[in-house]
Design a protein around this ligand. Sequence first.
Ligand SMILES: NC(=O)c1ccc[n+]([C@@H]2O[C@H](COP(=O)([O-])OP(=O)(O)OC[C@H]3O[C@@H](n4cnc5c(N)ncnc54)[C@H](OP(=O)(O)O)[C@@H]3O)[C@@H](O)[C@H]2O)c1
Length: 260
Amino acid sequence: MSVVNGGPTPSLAGRSVLVTGVSGGIGSALAKVLGREGAFVVGTYRSRAAEARAVLEAAAPDRHALLEADITSGASARELWDRANAIRPVDTVVLNAAVMMRTPLQGPVAEWDDGWEASMTVNAVAPAALMRQAAHDLAERSGGSIIVISSWAAEQGSRLPEASAYAASKAAVRNFAQTLARDVARRGVRVYTIAPGVVDTGMGTQGLSTEQQSSVAEGLTMGRHVAAAEIAELAAFLATDRTPSLTGATLDLNGASYIR
Ligand SMILES: NC(=O)c1ccc[n+]([C@@H]2O[C@H](COP(=O)([O-])OP(=O)(O)OC[C@H]3O[C@@H](n4cnc5c(N)ncnc54)[C@H](OP(=O)(O)O)[C@@H]3O)[C@@H](O)[C@H]2O)c1
């Protein structure tokens, strides 16, 4: 919040943000904080409609729209962009939706092939197509922001051998964000990448018992996971465009577990 004329004004009042994957752990936190900051939130889900609806109704009761989107190609990503803009012109996009498919280095090659294909398509090919279209359209309007949720795995490979394709896909989308940031820097479009470490929800905890999650936390430098709310607070700040010279940057959010 900023204080204007003696009263609190939400920092994103009047803004319109497309967030992919609000049915997931981090997407839910993103919707909550962006909604709190006054944005109109267009949220997407792939399979968990009820969860996504509940998230948006709590986050921005009278300022949201919900879209079903299975983003598995460039064409489906561009179609999503068009559907969101038909509701209301979007000025900020948060590319959050992703999959973590198993691609073990040993085992059936079919699992390997399918996992690489899906990881690269959902996590890199489709987001890149959406970013390309969004950058083009935002530049034609008065500018805007594109925020990519990547991962620390993009910088150093995965510590889990079965997540090799996931890490590579996160590196691919981060890398494209850098190229795009340079290309649109003079046209009012900012492109930021957030690279979280292990988060306290979603992919960071799913499939793990409470004891296993505690063990993971113990191995992290701060002795705890990154809170999803921290990612959301950072994204909301970036969306305000208060520091446009950060465009092109990758912002590490990993509690000093990995310092470049
Ligand atoms: N959690 C972590 O520790 C961590 C760490 C670093 C980076 N990240 C990144 O943070 C982002 C969110 O992760 P999360 O942990 O919140 O994961 P999550 O809880 O599994 O949520 C993933 C979201 O993506 C959506 N999605 C999956 N496949 C899709 C597709 N084909 N088309 C459209 N939407 C699709 C899901 O929709 P449905 O649920 O409706 O199917 C869900 O909303 C991801 O980009 C991830 O790589 C996570």
